[in-house]
Design a protein around this ligand. Sequence first.
Ligand code: SAM
Length: 230
Amino acid sequence: MDDDTSDEAFTELRSRNLGGWGVAQIAVGTGLAVYAMWVGILQPGFRKVPLRLQVPYIPASKAQVQNVMTLLRGRKGDLVDLGSGDGRIVLEAYRHGFSPAVGYELNPWLVRLARFHAWRAGHHGKVSYRREDLWKVDLTKCKNITVFLAPSVLPLLQDKLKAELSDDALVVAGRFPLPDWSPCRVEGRGVDRAWAYNIQEQRTHTRQRDNSVVATGSDADNKVIPENIS
Ligand SMILES: C[S@@+](CC[C@H](N)C(=O)[O-])C[C@H]1O[C@@H](n2cnc3c(N)ncnc32)[C@H](O)[C@@H]1O
């Protein structure tokens, strides 16, 4: 095709009116492509997970990983990352002496990528990445837990953690804090921030809060009714 012919073809394309049917075809095609990418590459393995519990993959920033490690300082033993993505938190935790260091991740591509990263770092066989649904993992024996999940699932996660973890466990949340818990320490700023939660302290806070509600009555009983000023 010479230059003149290609110019003509472009001019014809530009002047052609797509019409409603053409626009609809493009929209449906684009939608299908995005859906195929979501199901096939970004979220495979999530078919059995209810939509409201599906969390997309966003890797922790370098600063976020550092903040998580700072909050884990002084701790030892096992570490579990719930939703481990490409495995960076687990790998870094192993470098900081945590063992066994385990990541739970549903996306098989990310599990493979995490294993590759571990192999490349020379830690193959030292860390483990398991393709499992984090909501089904038994956490009763875990002492150090890290999470970086969407805010929408954190209330449910709090319930799971409180029900299963022992008093001496520590939870470190990256980027989004656990909504109803009081952190014992906070590290970093903005999107890199991380929060540490001591489970024993959470249980004490909850007991104190429950006791004060019982002692003072329900919120409705405590409502201040403004006097009639009319
Ligand atoms: C925001 S990313 C965090 C990745 C990694 N922890 C990090 O800090 O870089 C959340 C990860 O959780 C995974 N995930 C979401 N729901 C899950 C589930 N029910 N079971 C296992 N992994 C899950 C996602 O596939 C995603 O990789």
